[in-house]
Structure formats: C-alpha cells, structure tokens
Design a protein around this ligand. Structure first.
Ligand SMILES: NC(=O)c1ccc[n+]([C@@H]2O[C@H](COP(=O)([O-])OP(=O)(O)OC[C@H]3O[C@@H](n4cnc5c(N)ncnc54)[C@H](OP(=O)(O)O)[C@@H]3O)[C@@H](O)[C@H]2O)c1
Length: 290
C-alpha cells in the first residue's frame, strides 16, 4: 500500500518508544502506525516523515536541514567531526518547533550510513527526502595524489550518495512520492586542476542522478544541484586569500550564501517539483559562462 500525504499529528508521550503511536495522514487516505519516538515532551507537533541530510551540522547541509525542518520534516543532523555544532543545531531546530536529532556517521561507510537512515525512519515514521550533501575537497595535483586520497574522495563524495539511497530506498518505495537531491559541484562541469578526485566524484553524481531518475520513476525523483562558490568552511581559506579575484570572476559579483542553495533544495524536495527529474541545476552566479 502506498502511503499518501505525510503531514500528520502525533500526540501524547511515548518516552520509552513502547508500543505504537496512531498516525493519521492529512489527506485521510491511509491510517498507519508510527513506531517512533515522536515525543520528546508533551507538545503536539506536525511532522512530514523524515528527511536524511548527510553532512548537515554546518554549511550547506545545515541550511538545508533548517529549511526542511521549518517545513515540517523530522531531520537527521549528521556529522563526523562536528558533534558540538550538530548538538547546537538540534537545539536550535527544536526551539523553533521542529524535530531533529544528531547522529554520527561517516558517509563513506555503508554500515554507518545505514544506521543513520534506519534511525531517521524509526524516529519519524518513514523517509520521504534524501539529501546527499556530505562532501569534502582536497587541494592536490594528480602527481601528488595518493591512491588513498583518491579512494577516500570517491568514497565520501560519490559512494556515500549510493549508500544513502540504497539504505533509504525500502522506506521511500512505500510512499506515493519521495525525493532524492544530491549536492554536486561546478567542478563536475569544469574539472579541477587541484582536485581531480573531487571533480570525478561530482561528475559521477550526475550519472548516478540520471540513473536513479530513470529507475525510480514515477514516484521518486532524483535531481542534483551544482553550486558554485558558496560561503562555507569549504572555501573559506580560498576566499580569505583570493576573495576579490574570485568575486570578480562571478557575474553576480558575490559568492552564494548557503541559504540560497537550501532554497533550491527545498523546492526540489517539495511535492510541487514532481515533474523535474534527472536534472542537474546550476546555482553559480553565472560563473560557468565566463
Ligand atoms: N562551498 C562551496 O563552494 C561548494 C561548492 C560546490 C559544491 N559544494 C558541495 O556542497 C556540499 C556541502 O559543502 P559545504 O560547502 O557546506 O562544506 P563544509 O562547510 O565544509 O561542510 C561539509 C559538511 O560535510 C560533512 N562531511 C565531510 N566529510 C564527511 C563524511 N565522511 N561523512 C559525513 N559527513 C561528512 C561535514 O561534517 P562535519 O561538520 O562533521 O565535519 C560538514 O557537515 C559538499 O558536497 C560540497 O562538495 C560546496
């Protein structure tokens, strides 16, 4: 049976996660049971199932988590090194009336990613949204790059997306619609002269996105976003050193704010975006035209 809508009201307290909490879909089509720890206090909250966002304690991932939590999803705040930032973001989201939990998982390790996905579904009664955001870049030439450098970049930036989708698919297939969004990069299109592994992984995400779109249609869409320079830790050093030169290359005259990338992700995650699939949408201030 496909589960419709997803905006429901969870009431009551179930601190030990015992038994099943009745959950009524907003459209009234299906009544199902939500075996999750929905209630951290006595408040009644609306939820739209779960959204798994990898690498979401800071930067673009954190902005996407805030946005999806504000629209009603229970969100996973996934980190590897940023435990304190993850904890603070969970507090911020919960203080604004949203639902979030922090979870350590290395995107390059399937078993850890599976545990992130399963915990998200357990808490929020299913998974409607997957955002493959976890990523890192490394400034190194092909001559200097070790085999371990290459394998690690591919594991986190590309295999991590496959791992997350693989773990989440059984939950997403239960729903009448679901969304996969992968955060790609301008470097997938331009290549990189100091990060061939990163550019190759991001190019791979485009092929993965198109393949998922073909295989998972019509209920699940898969799209990618290719940001250009964005104001996060990832390129803070480059912006500090060469900020004026970088901004001069961008027709928009500035770098993106993470919230601008998050706004696009939130649209692609919405039910309204159901006719867009297999696309990679550029958000780079026009730099690719230069
Ligand atoms: N900033 C840009 O200009 C730009 C441009 C194009 C594409 N992107 C892409 O946008 C995405 C987000 O980057 P950002 O700019 O927000 O960078 P960021 O500020 O450096 O944040 C990177 C995030 O990824 C997480 N992460 C790194 N390795 C991980 C792993 N092995 N497992 C799980 N999470 C991991 C980090 O977790 P911790 O906090 O725990 O370390 C952090 O939350 C990346 O995929 C990046 O390639 C960024």
């Amino acid at each position: 049976m496909l589960r419709k809508a997803g905006l429901g009201m969870i009431t009551g307290d179930n601190p030990k996660n015992e038994g099943l909490t009745p959950f009524k879909c907003a459209e009234g089509a299906d009544l199902f049971y939500n075996p999750c720890t929905m209630t951290t206090n006595d408040k009644t909250k609306s939820v739209k199932l779960g959204a798994v966002i990898t690498g979401s304690a800071r930067g673009i991932g954190a902005a996407i988590a805030r946005k999806l939590a504000a629209s009603g999803y229970g969100v996973s705040i996934n980190y590897v090194s940023g435990e304190e930032k993850a904890r603070r973001l969970v507090e911020e989201i919960e203080a604004s009336g949203g639902r979030a939990f922090a979870h350590h998982a290395d995107a390059g390790d399937y078993e850890q990613v599976k545990s992130l996905v399963e915990e998200t579904s357990r808490r929020y009664g299913g998974i409607r949204i997957v955002v493959n955001n976890a990523g890192f870049s490394q400034h190194t030439t092909i001559d200097q790059m070790s085999v371990d450098d290459w394998n690690r970049a591919i594991a986190v930036n590309l295999s991590g997306a496959f791992y997350t989708v693989k773990a989440a698919l059984p939950y997403m297939r239960e729903l009448d619609w679901a969304r996969i969004i992968s955060i790609c990069s301008l470097r997938a299109m331009t290549g990189s002269n100091h990060g061939a592994h990163y550019a190759a992984a991001k190019s791979g995400l485009i092929g993965l996105t198109k393949s998922l779109a073909l295989e998972l249609a019509p209920t699940i869409t898969a799209n990618a976003i290719s940001p250009g320079y964005t104001n996060t830790d990832m390129n803070a050093a480059a912006l500090a050193k060469n900020g004026d030169a970088i901004r001069a290359m961008i027709p928009a005259g500035r770098v993106a704010e993470p919230e601008e990338i998050a706004a696009l992700a939130a649209f692609l995650a919405s039910e309204e975006a159901g006719y867009i699939t297999g696309e990679t949408i550029n958000a780079n201030g026009g730099i690719y035209m230069r």
